[in-house]
Design a protein around this ligand. Structure first.
Ligand code: SF4
Length: 367
C-alpha cells in the first residue's frame, strides 16, 4: 500500500453543519450553526461520482452535523443529481426519525446508521442542546425504523472501557435490532480535547470480552472484530499482504461549502497556521476527480504519507492498521508524520491484542 488512490470507494457529504444534539465528546466545530450545502455543490460532486458509480459499487455517506437537520426537502434536492447506481447512506443521531423520514429513506433507497452508545445508563453523553439526555428520542427514532421494517446499523462510542461493558453492550445491540455494529473508543480530536489515554489492560480486556460475546451469538456483523479475525486468518494463510488496498482510499469529505478534505472528515472546518484549512480544493471551482488526482500534493497529505512510511518501517501492527488516521495524528501529536497515537493504541493495537487474548484463553488443550 503506497500513496493515495485517485478514485475513492465513497464520498462523505455534509448537507448541514448543524446538529440538534450537543454530545459531550463531539468533535464538530460548527455544530451550533446551520450552514447548508447549496445544490451547486451536490451537482458538482455528482458530475464526478456518477461515472464512478457506473463502473462499480459506489456510496455517498450523508454525515453532518446531523444530516436530517437539513430537512427532507433540502436533502431530496441534494440527492437529485446523483444517478440510480449511487448507494446512499446516512449517519444520524436518530432523534428526528419519524414515519415521514422512514418513507423518505424507502423512496430514496437510503441505508441508515444510528449513533447510540448503549443502554440509557451508558448513553449519558448524548444530550440535547439543553443538556438533557437524548436517549428516549433516539429510541423513538429506532422504533420508527423497526416499525417500517428498515434494517439499520449502529455506531457506539465507548468512553470508558471496563470489565463487563462489552457483554452488556453486545447484548443491548442484539435487542436493539441492528444488523451491523461499529465500536469507536472515544477519540481526542476536533473540539473534543478530553484525553483518550486509557489503561492498556482495560482496553485489551474490553476487546477480548467483545469477541467472546459476539462468538456466543454472532447475529450482528461486528465491524472491528470481523476485520481483526479476517486479518488473523490471512496471517495464518500467508495472504495478509493482500488485505490492505494497494493505495489509500482518499475518502473525500465534501463540506457544506464545497471544500474537499481527504482521508479524515474530522479535519474539515479547522485551520492551522502551517496547514491552512486542510482542503485539497473546492468542487465549485475544480471537478472532484481532478482534486483527488492532485490530493497527494496537498502539503499536509505529503507529511501524512511520510508518517505512514514511518509506521511501515517501525510498527509490527502495520499490516493490520495500514498506518492510522490523519486526524488522530494531527489532534494528538500536532503533526502528521508521527506514528503511535492513543487512538491507534486503543483501536488497533489493543484490538488485535484483545482478539489474540481471547484466542489464547479459549484455545483447545493439545491432544
Ligand atoms: S498501530 Fe499505530 S504505529 Fe502501528 S501502523 Fe497503525 S498508526 Fe502506525
Amino acid at each position: 500500500m503506497r500513496g493515495i488512490a485517485a478514485v475513492p470507494s465513497y464520498v462523505v457529504m455534509q448537507p448541514t453543519t448543524l446538529c440538534n444534539l450537543d454530545c459531550v465528546y463531539c468533535y464538530l466545530p460548527l455544530r451550533a450553526a446551520d450552514r447548508r450545502m447549496p445544490l451547486t455543490v451536490a451537482e458538482a460532486v455528482a458530475a464526478s461520482v456518477n461515472p464512478w458509480a457506473a463502473s462499480g459499487r459506489f456510496s455517498v455517506v450523508w454525515h453532518g452535523g446531523e444530516p436530517l437537520a437539513a430537512g427532507r426537502e433540502h436533502l431530496a434536492a441534494l440527492l437529485a443529481p446523483f444517478g440510480p447506481a449511487v448507494e446512499h447512506h446516512v449517519q444520524t443521531n436518530a432523534t428526528l426519525i419519524d414515519d415521514a423520514w422512514c418513507a423518505f429513506f424507502v423512496e430514496h433507497g437510503i441505508r441508515v446508521s444510528v449513533s447510540v452508545d448503549g443502554p440509557r445508563a451508558r448513553n449519558g453523553e448524548r444530550v440535547t442542546r439543553g443538556g438533557r439526555p437524548a436517549y428516549d428520542r433516539i429510541l423513538a427514532g429506532v422504533a420508527a425504523l423497526r416499525r417500517h421494517g428498515l434494517p439499520f446499523s449502529a455506531l457506539a462510542v465507548v468512553s470508558r472501557p471496563e470489565r463487563g461493558l462489552a457483554t452488556e453492550l453486545y447484548d443491548y445491540f442484539l435487542d436493539l435490532g441492528c444488523d451491523v455494529l461499529g465500536i469507536n473508543i472515544e477519540e481526542t480530536e476536533g473540539v473534543n480535547t478530553r484525553t483518550n489515554a486509557r489503561d492498556a489492560a482495560a482496553v485489551t480486556g474490553f476487546w477480548a470480552e467483545l469477541v467472546g460475546a459476539w462468538r456466543r451469538d454472532p447475529r450482528i456483523h461486528l465491524r472491528e472484530i470481523e476485520w481483526s479475525l479476517r486479518y488473523a486468518g490471512a496471517v495464518l494463510a500467508g495472504t495478509a499482504d493482500d488485505l490492505l488496498p494497494r493505495r489509500l482510499d482518499p475518502i473525500p469529505t465534501v463540506s457544506h461549502d464545497g471544500s474537499v478534505v481527504v482521508l479524515s472528515p474530522e479535519l474539515a472546518g479547522f485551520t492551522d497556521p502551517r496547514y491552512g484549512d486542510f482542503s485539497s480544493g473546492n468542487v465549485l471551482t475544480t471537478p472532484l476527480a481532478e482534486i483527488l488526482a492532485g490530493a497527494g500534493r496537498t502539503p499536509w497529505v505529503g507529511e501524512f504519507l511520510t508518517g505512514v512510511e514511518a509506521c511501515r518501517s517501525s510498527c509490527p501492527y502495520f499490516g493490520f492498521c495500514g498506518g492510522g488516521h490523519a486526524a488522530n495524528r494531527y489532534f494528538e501529536l500536532g503533526r502528521f508524520d508521527g506514528t503511535e497515537t492513543e487512538h491507534c493504541r486503543n483501536s488497533k493495537i489493543r484490538l488485535l491484542e484483545g482478539v489474540l487474548e481471547h484466542a489464547r484463553d479459549h484455545e483447545s488443550p493439545a491432544a
